[in-house]
Write a protein that binds this ligand. Sequence first.
Ligand SMILES: Nc1ncnc2c1ncn2[C@@H]1O[C@H](COP(=O)(O)OP(=O)(O)OP(=O)(O)O)[C@@H](O)[C@H]1O
Ligand SMILES: [Mg+2]
Length: 359
Amino acid sequence: MGGRGIEPYRKPVPDAKLVELEPLGYPIREPGMSNSLIVDSIEAFNEYARDQWLGEVVKEGKILFDTGVLHSFAFKVVRVVPAGVGRITSKTKFVIRDRSTGPEPEVPDVTFDDVVGQEKAKEACRVIVEYLKEPERFGEWAPRTVLFYGPTGTGKTLTASAVAGEAGVPLFRFSAAHSLGKYVGEASERIDDMFRKAESHAPCVLFIDEVDALALDRRYQELRGDVVESVNALLTRIDELKDKAEGVVLIAATNYPDVLDPAVRDRFEYEVEFSMPDRKEREELVRYYADKMPLPLKVDPAYIAARTGGMTHRDIKERVLKRALMEALKEGADAVERKHVDKVLKDAAGGDRRQVYHG
Ligand SMILES: Nc1ncnc2c1ncn2[C@@H]1O[C@H](COP(=O)(O)OP(=O)(O)OP(=O)(O)O)[C@@H](O)[C@H]1O
Ligand SMILES: [Mg+2]
């Protein structure tokens, strides 16, 4: 009578203030379905996550399945603040641990032959390739850290990929600005994570793009609250890399070497400057891409080289060759001719300076 039976004693579950999720992907998927996740707005993701998981009790290690847009996509709960377990409420904040480099790293399919010019850079990188092929041979003579600097669009990212491609090892690409922009306050955790992942895949190349976002000179720290934290984490990790991690080469790239924290900059064993292409290099670049274009290029590469002074490698490819190709295709022409090139060069010179920013 009146007995409610014996209910097992349950500790009250606290509200989860913060839940960190690691995207795992689909338990099963069809070929072609991507396992990576792109979240452009973490605020919107928060709404979405609370909507579908409101009231659920989550514990570190638990797997949550998406019931919405990404039906059955799995997330692992990697952190629940404050207690390791908690109930999702309308105030729970979600963060996503991006797997620094996205999906599993791959061996890039580019080699030094795909990098036109930049001979000094390639020269400096050859020894790194040798090392990555046979890490055990080098011992304490191993080249571990290189800094690439120079203007945007001159082949820094491409060359980093080519180093890994030449050596046949995977490339971990980490964009500092992109990742940290969203996760102020978690910088050092993210840095640790990225080095750990690279170490577990050695031999490999760890490529940190826009390293200035991570290792800004401490003098500029009012710009970002967590600069000291990220600089320190980076210093520690680079030192460890040199002491123990065999087979991991760190390549960092920046357009602004002068704003780097001096202690970080000092840690790099080499600095490699990427320069704007001179006339000869521009000509070589045009020849290289002409072979790859879907229509033949019936214009002397020297003609284009002479008219593209001040342009970067990327500009010549994207703003000249690609646009000229589009012109030709629009017309239904069966080759890219002088008039198509002249048109885009004229546009480029005459006010169509819509700058394209490449993040
Ligand atoms: N030296 C080069 N040889 C051949 N193609 C190049 C070269 N440099 C740049 N490109 C072309 O331009 C694209 C952009 O180059 P890349 O991303 O390597 O420039 P970046 O120096 O890393 O620029 P950013 O500083 O903006 O990151 C490449 O994917 C490639 O198509
Ligand atoms: Mg780049």
